[in-house]
Design a protein around this ligand. Structure first.
Ligand code: WQD
Length: 344
């Protein structure tokens, strides 16, 4: 019998890629999503990629009864991957309570229901944002947690604490916290990818929308940082590589290989790339010229951050493998496909 995994936010950007990788690895997937930032036709595309249609329930994780009905309907769920969350940094500054309600209460509901339905494992989507500007680079999991720059970032920190406190209280729950760096790219089939709502805030969707002519110009926020070319440095991680990290985390929990009940892993490449380097890599790998200009710094930006992924490499047995060129080409192909589908 295939082991059943519940994926919250499974029609979202990272969620949808992860569902496919779970199915490829032989897991049975149940998706719940409130479709607040995604579309039900993602389920069709997941099926096109994997050949398997995942179960899908339109449920909001804030709806305790609705959530409980899913646990009851899909008996025998072994573990959860919890992606569902609001994730726009800027919006979180304007609407902090929306972020605290959505991101904290969803997790609380899940953690309350898990023991009742004998669900013993959870993989949580955390973020390198918990490190703020690290003092030492590349950053390891031991680096101190810095005061969050936004309510969004704060919800990631608090959620990590909620999980730790719940486990410490004796709850029969095993958890893996994955701290993602900057996920980019799309599925190589161009059937799955990121569909930002409105004007993109993140670099890659803005960049590909500029390249295709939806936006006039990409603004590069600052070239006066203390980095070799003056632009910020990030660790850009391919979304399929990232998705695969969730599969090995689920394997690890279910095979009871954890050294501690709560483990944390950096999920990055270990390589820092500047914003300008990324733009040039995009131009070189796609042959598309990008209209960009340097503007002032964006408030709240971290100057430079990249992962030390050794723990994930050695303990989890996971390593990022995609090249930046392939990743950028996949992002571009996705943008072209969206145009073909008349979406943007
Ligand atoms: C990357 C770099 C910008 C847009 C945030 C969250 C993080 C994570 C991902 C997810 C920065 C520069 C960007 C543009 C630019 N969470 N940039 N022009 O800020 O590293 O991380 O998103 O949901 O938690 O904090 O990602 O893609 O916004 O920016 O020059 O139009 O690109 O200044 O240096 P960031 P990003």
């Amino acid at each position: 019998m295939k082991q059943k995994i519940l994926v919250t936010g499974g029609t979202g950007y990272i969620g949808s890629h992860t569902v496919v990788e779970l199915q490829n690895a032989g897991y049975e997937v149940v998706i719940i999503d409130n479709l607040s930032n995604s579309n039900a036709d993602v389920v069709d595309n997941i099926e096109k990629v994997s050949g398997i249609r995942p179960a899908f329930e339109k449920v909001d994780c804030l709806d305790y009864e609705g959530l409980e009905a899913v646990f009851a309907k899909y008996e025998g769920i072994k573990a959860i991957i919890h992606f569902a969350a609001s994730k726009a940094v800027g919006e979180s500054v304007e609407k902090p309570l929306k972020y605290y309600r959505n991101n904290l209460m969803s997790l609380v509901n899940l953690l309350e229901l898990m023991p009742k339905y004998h669900v013993g494992g959870i993989v949580f989507s955390s973020s390198c944002t918990v490190y703020g500007q690290p003092d030492i680079l590349p950053v390891t999991e031991e680096a101190p947690i810095k005061k969050a720059e936004s309510p969004y970032g704060n919800t990631k920190q608090i959620n990590e604490e909620i999980i730790r406190d719940t486990v410490a209280s004796g709850a029969p729950i095993n958890a893996i916290l994955l701290r993602y760096f900057n996920p980019i790219g799309a599925h190589p089939t161009a059937l799955l990818g990121e569909l930002p709502n409105g004007v993109p805030q993140n670099l890659i969707p803005y960049l590909t929308q500029t390249a295709i002519g939806i936006r006039q110009q990409l603004s590069v926020f600052g070239d006066d940082y203390d980095t070799p070319d003056g632009s910020c440095i990030r660790d850009f991680i391919n979304v399929v590589d990232l998705a695969k990290a969730h599969v090995v985390a689920i394997d690890r929990i279910l095979e009871k290989k954890q050294a501690e009940q709560v483990e944390v892993f950096n999920i990055g490449t270990g390589r820092g790339l500047s914003v300008l380097e990324l733009i040039h890599a995009f131009e070189a790998s796609t042959g598309v010229k990008l209209n960009y200009k340097i503007v002032g710094r964006r408030a709240g930006d971290i100057e430079k951050v990249w992962a030390n992924p050794e723990r994930a490499n050695n303990v989890l047995g996971w390593k990022a493998t995609a090249t930046i060129e392939d990743t950028l080409r996949s992002a571009w192909n996705w943008q072209l496909k969206l145009r073909e589908r008349g979406i943007q």
